[in-house]
Structure formats: C-alpha cells, structure tokens
Design a protein around this ligand. Structure first.
Ligand code: ASP
Length: 272
C-alpha cells in the first residue's frame, strides 16, 4: 500500500502577508508525517508527528501557540483516533504533553495580569482566524488515522467545547472507509456530524470529491455553516475541500507534495 498523508491548517480568511509562511509550515508538517509513513511508521504516529509540527509552529494557533485565544488556554483540545480494531482514543479538553503544561501556566499569568475585557480586546485585534490544524494518513499496512487539534474559536466563551474533540464531528477514521479531519464553525460541524456524514457518503459509493462536496454543501444549506476538511480513502484517494475563503493544506503521496491555500491554487513539488 502506498502511504498518503494530508494536513490542513484551519479554514478561514488568510491575509497575503502570512501566506508564504503558512505554505512553508504546512508543507513541512506534511513532509514530517510522510517521512514517518515512508519509514514504515503507523498512521497514528504519522498524524501525531504532523500535528505536533503544526502545533509547534507560531503561524498556527492550535497547540503551544493558542495563547492568542484566552479561553482556549483552558481548553486546548487535541484528539487522535485510530481505525485499528475500530477503536478511538480521545483526550478532548486535556491537551497534549508540553502544551497543556504551558497552557495552564499562561492561563494563571493572564488572569493575574489583565482584566477580562482588556484581554478579549487584545486577542480580537491580534488573533488570526485559523484556529485548528489536522492530519489524516493511510499507512503501508492499510491502516488509517486522523488527528485534530484546536485553539477553539476567537473570543469563544470560557467552557465552550467545540467540534474538534468530538469523534464524528472533528474527525473520524475507519479502516473500511477512510479518515477525515474537519475545521470551521464548530457548532455547525457538530450539528451535522460533518466527519461521519462525509464517510457515510463514501460508504454509499461516492468518491472522496463527491463525499466532501455533499457534506460541506449540506452543512452550508442546512445550518448555514462554513468549514473545510481533508479526507483520505482506504485505497489512498485524497481530497482537501472548504467552503470558507481559504484553507492551507498539503498532501503527500508517491514522493510528491501537493499544496495550496486559496481555491484553485495547487502547487506540486518532488519531495527530497
Ligand atoms: N472548529 C473549531 C471550533 O469551532 C475552529 C476551527 O476549526 O477553526 O472550535
């Protein structure tokens, strides 16, 4: 089985001045995950490697860089799911290793230093609109996996739990179908179970492109929600789709990396 790895850096508007840095960051994360697969690593290890690379990149808000979102500091959400034996593991609300430690320290500091309103104003001015990162992978043994990590929405209410840590909404993986990671307006994604809905369409015989269009189109028409997703099938077909203005993404397969941010933009390069 030829391994495949796809990553996204969150659905939403992207300003021109950061685009090149986002492209470099997303390609780097895809390359890290793909190298793990090429060396025989599991899909779970590959999506974790790719997502940690994005979390560590200050251009993306998820993970360590979620300090731009005050409420997200309390609820750095990360989840991984593996399709082997159709089991899933979820660490929603707890966050990952270093990131959760940093998050709680920053949280105390922030509360001691700023008033609630001043902090919200500061975050509103300086935060970006891309809050989530994700990865999906198919490994050499035919196992699929996904990981989704988020800083939540800008200025979200304290205590809000979005779609990202919820299996079926923020992502899903099943060796009999494929793996998906989603991003966008969490309340809408939750209402339509965007991840599972997309895989359902694939179960019904739709291609990855058709399944992505159907489920994103349904979310837009039924609950007026915008978002994006990356998807890999059990046979290695992949797609990156969104209904927001932009979504940084990269896909690696057969020694090549495909990447883009805006609709219609796709660059293809050989991987070293
Ligand atoms: N889905 C995330 C949330 O609503 C945000 C995002 O994907 O950008 O928390």
């Amino acid at each position: 089985m030829n391994p495949v790895l796809v990553v996204h850096g969150g659905a939403g508007p992207v300003s021109e001045d950061v685009k090149e840095r986002l492209r470099q960051g997303i390609v780097r994360a895809a390359t890290v995950g793909y190298c793990i697969l090429r060396e025989g690593g599991s899909a779970v290890d590959a999506v974790e490697g790719a997502v940690v690379t994005l979390e560590d990149n200050p251009e993306f808000n998820a993970g360590k860089c979620a300090f731009r979102l005050m409420s997200a500091i309390q609820h750095i959400e990360e989840e991984k799911s593996r399709a082997e034996k159709k089991e899933s593991k979820d660490s929603g609300g707890k966050g990952g290793t270093f990131n959760s430690v940093l998050g709680s320290k920053l949280h105390c500091w922030l509360w001691a230093s700023f008033s609630f309103s001043a902090c919200r104003f500061f975050l509103f001015i300086f935060s970006r609109n891309l809050e989530t990162v994700g990865a999906v992978a198919l490994d050499c043994k035919g196992n699929v996996a996904y990981a989704t990590s988020t800083g939540g929405l800008v200025n979200k209410m304290v205590g809000r739990v979005g779609d990202s840590p919820c299996v079926g909404s923020g992502g899903y993986a099943d060796n009999d179908i494929g793996a998906i990671s989603t991003t966008g307006h969490g309340e809408s994604i939750l209402k339509v179970n965007l991840a599972r809905l997309t895989l359902y369409h694939m179960e019904q015989g739709k291609t990855v492109e058709e399944a992505a269009d159907l489920s994103l189109g349904y979310m837009k028409s039924r609950v007026k929600g915008l978002g994006g997703l990356i998807l890999v099938s059990k046979t290695g077909d992949w797609v990156a789709k969104w209904t927001t203005t932009s979504m940084p993404w990269a896909a690696t397969k057969d020694g090549k990396v495909h990447f883009g941010i805006d609709p219609g933009e796709t660059t293809i390069k050989d991987l070293a």
